[in-house]
Design a protein around this ligand. Structure first.
Ligand SMILES: Cc1cc2nc3c(=O)[nH]c(=O)nc-3n(C[C@H](O)[C@H](O)[C@H](O)COP(=O)(O)OP(=O)(O)OC[C@H]3O[C@@H](n4cnc5c(N)ncnc54)[C@H](O)[C@@H]3O)c2cc1C
Length: 328
């Protein structure tokens, strides 16, 4: 039974009416598609249909939608889908695409961006204004909202280095401003309140010459092009690096470079990348993740932690204790 369609505390017919009224409202507040294939919205190009995909036209529309949202509605935020694995069966949920929240304002060293601003655009604008600290964003294919949610980073920089505050839309429709210190950010980790959407983020950057900033961005891009399989669909690093080591080194040492399950293959170029060679299913990718982790655990005693987010319903066991988790 659908979590979206059937709040626990309602009579079915009352609830169906409330849900339909909300869905009708969403069509006025932005674009709404049903049964939208998530393979179109993830960089791995896999994943079945989302029951609904809602793209609010702006922040006011999103707030209005959230204030009217049935309390049990299951919602999954989407940035550019560059760090997501969606099941082949799809998502029995409303996926909210924040790409229209794309305002960017620069005032001195403070840059405030909507969740839907692409990190590459953010980096370019900062360079133009002689603002340094987020050069790495030029090379990460996600949005500001996804970048904050993941605490994205590379080349010795990460979002939390410069993030000052976020504006969050809470599950009940309240908009709050939270200082970055309140988010317990760590390596690829941000503690957001359950069901909260990052809608805007403010960064404090330091002054530097635009040419030097651009030069650093160029060097990062070319290093990435030389070492990563960017021509094939992928989701970036599959696993976080364990303390004092590299997931890619361990996976390669386990002999898995080039190993494939169905259409999902451990990249020949970078062992911590899985590429979709054309016809991969989500199940292929998932099974390969499980296999990579099991081989590394067996050979080196290191339990790798996935960096890619498994959204929707998955039965998996990535804990050392052998517990089974259900991701959402
Ligand atoms: C080629 C390639 C290279 C990459 N290199 C790097 C790298 O160097 N460093 C790095 O850190 N990552 C890297 N990534 C992974 C990915 O780009 C980052 O994790 C990025 O921050 C994800 O942003 P997104 O907008 O695509 O988020 P999505 O993949 O859409 O979402 C990721 C997670 O964040 C949640 N989320 C998204 N938006 C919001 C929001 N507004 N509010 C609350 N939750 C939200 C989603 O529900 C999901 O759980 C790479 C990916 C690819 C494909």
């Amino acid at each position: 039974m659908s979590a979206l369609a059937m709040p626990r505390d309602s009579q079915p017919e009352v609830q169906e009416g409330a849900l339909q009224a909300w869905i009708d409202l969403l069509t006025v507040l932005g674009s709404l598609r049903s049964d939208e294939p998530m393979a179109r919205h993830t960089t791995l190009a896999v994943g079945g249909p989302a029951r609904w995909l809602f793209r609010p036209r702006d922040l006011d529309a999103l707030i209005e939608a959230w204030q009217a949202k049935p309390s049990d509605a299951c919602v999954i935020p989407l940035g550019r889908g560059s760090n997501m694995l969606v099941p082949d069966a799809g998502l029995d949920a409303l996926v909210v695409d924040l790409s229209e929240l794309n305002t960017l304002a620069i005032d001195g060293g403070m840059v405030v961006a909507g969740a839907g601003v692409r990190m590459s655009r953010f980096a370019r604008q900062c360079a133009e204004h002689g603002l340094s600290g987020c050069e790495f964003m030029a090379t990460v294919p996600g949005d500001i909202g996804g970048g904050v949610a993941m605490n994205a980073g590379c080349f010795a920089q990460q979002v939390s280095d410069t993030l000052q505050f976020v504006e969050l839309l809470l599950a009940d429709g309240e908009l709050v401003k939270v200082e970055a210190e309140g988010l317990a950010m760590g390596y690829r980790h941000t503690q957001l309140p359950a069901g909260a959407l990052v809608v805007r983020a403010g960064f404090a950057l330091s002054a530097d010459h635009p040419d030097q900033i651009r030069e650093r961005m160029r060097a990062m891009r070319s290093r990435r092009t030389a070492t990563q399989p960017l021509a094939q669909p992928n989701c970036g690093s599959v696993f976080k690096n364990p303390d004092g080591d590299h997931a890619a080194r361990l996976i390669e040492a386990a002999g898995l470079k080039g190993f494939a399950i169905g259409g999902a293959q451990v990249s020949e170029q970078h062992a911590n990348f899985i590429v979709n060679t054309g016809e991969a299913s989500s199940r292929d990718v998932f099974d390969l993740i499980v296999r990579m982790r099991a081989e590394v655990l067996q050979r080196f005693g290191v339990a790798l932690e996935p960096e890619v987010r498994l959204v929707g319903e998955w039965q998996f066991d990535f804990s050392d204790e052998g517990e089974s988790d259900d991701a959402r």
